[in-house]
Design a protein around this ligand. Structure first.
Ligand SMILES: [Zn+2]
Length: 323
């Protein structure tokens, strides 16, 4: 009985061994199907600019329709045509939010603060990504606000406390005064103005206000780019002769707003001034081959604007900034 039993066991083990070998030998296609995991977006990119280290973060993404967001003063077909010519959907695009952190070696300078928590589950990711990239909120020395729109200022506070407790702040003077005073705020920005009063105005004591081309710290200076908002600022960064323009919201889309700088953008507060600014800045960065980081450009939101006939096109950076 015991003999039979152990013979049976040997037999069973032998068969089991053969079975597992057979399993190993089977092609992968015979395995259970792997689950679909959804889109995985790159969300942190750190690169070098001279002696500076610059990190871009994807604070989030929301879906929008191209029209009337862009070309609101044109028939929808015009916008659909440009979308199709570029191989993108004529009915939806991903609007992204990209924050930039510059480590000058002396200071950590954060450009804009993202959407903050609570607006949508797909935005407000900056605080977690900062930590993932190796920084603590307490380490941020300076927070620079390009302009007062909600996707740039909401993250100033976290649970009603300053999100960057040791930071000082930099605002464009015209921008800060516009939102603080609240005169001539268009209807669509009334709630925005309330939000600015709540989260930005109380920081005035810890803020400096740049007029025109003011310097933030060595290597970083403001460039007035009014239009998208009344006192919108871009920032020029330079280290060891290498240069970069953090242009904030000069352009909000890599196709619609770069190939057609004269199309009205729904996000722009002063449409005509925004168009004039786009044309001026595109001409400058294309002529100087000046690399650009844009808050609403496809991640990692780093690249160049090139002339294309009478217009321009966006050329994303390769890996040249890694070396
Ligand atoms: Zn924006």
């Amino acid at each position: 009985m015991s003999h039979d039993s152990s013979a049976n066991r040997r037999d069973v083990l032998k068969r089991a061994g053969a079975a597992s070998l057979a399993t190993l030998a089977l092609p992968a296609a015979a395995e259970a199907a792997a689950p679909m995991l959804g889109v995985l977006r790159p969300s942190i990119y750190r690169f070098k600019l001279g002696e500076f280290e610059i990190t871009n973060f994807l604070d989030g993404f929301l879906e929008r329709p191209p029209h009337p967001t862009y070309g609101g003063n044109l028939p929808a077909e015009k916008v659909a045509e440009l979308a199709k010519a570029n191989g993108v959907s004529p009915t939806k695009f991903e609007h992204v939010y990209v924050n930039t952190l510059v480590n000058t070696g002396k200071e950590l300078v954060l450009f804009d603060t993202g959407n903050g928590k609570g607006r949508d589950p797909n935005v407000g990711r900056l605080p977690a990504l900062l930590v993932e990239a190796g920084y603590k909120p307490e380490q941020i020395d300076i927070v620079v606000i390009t302009h007062g729109h909600p996707d740039h200022i909401n993250g100033l506070v976290d649970a009603d406390k300053p999100a960057y407790p040791n930071a000082r702040y930099v605002f464009g003077e015209v921008e800060f005064d516009f939102w603080k005073q609240g005169e001539n705020v268009r209807e669509a920005r009334k709630a925005n103005r309330e939000q600015f009063v709540k989260v930005a105005v109380p920081l005035a004591e810890k803020s400096t206000f740049v007029k025109k081309e003011g310097e933030v710290v060595g290597g970083i200076r403001a460039i007035p780019t009014f239009g998208h908002s009344p006192g919108h600022m871009a920032y020029h960064v330079e280290s060891r002769g290498q240069r970069l323009l953090i242009w904030g919201d000069v352009s909000n889309h890599y196709i619609f707003s770069i190939q057609q700088p004269e199309w009205q953008a729904g996000f722009d507060d002063d449409k005509d001034a925004a168009i004039a600014t786009r044309k001026r800045v595109f001409d400058m960065v294309a002529t100087d081959k000046l690399p650009v980081v844009g808050y609403h450009l496809p991640f990692p939101a780093l690249g160049f604007v090139e002339r294309a006939g009478a217009s321009y096109r966006w050329v994303p950076a390769g890996n040249q900034f890694n070396v």
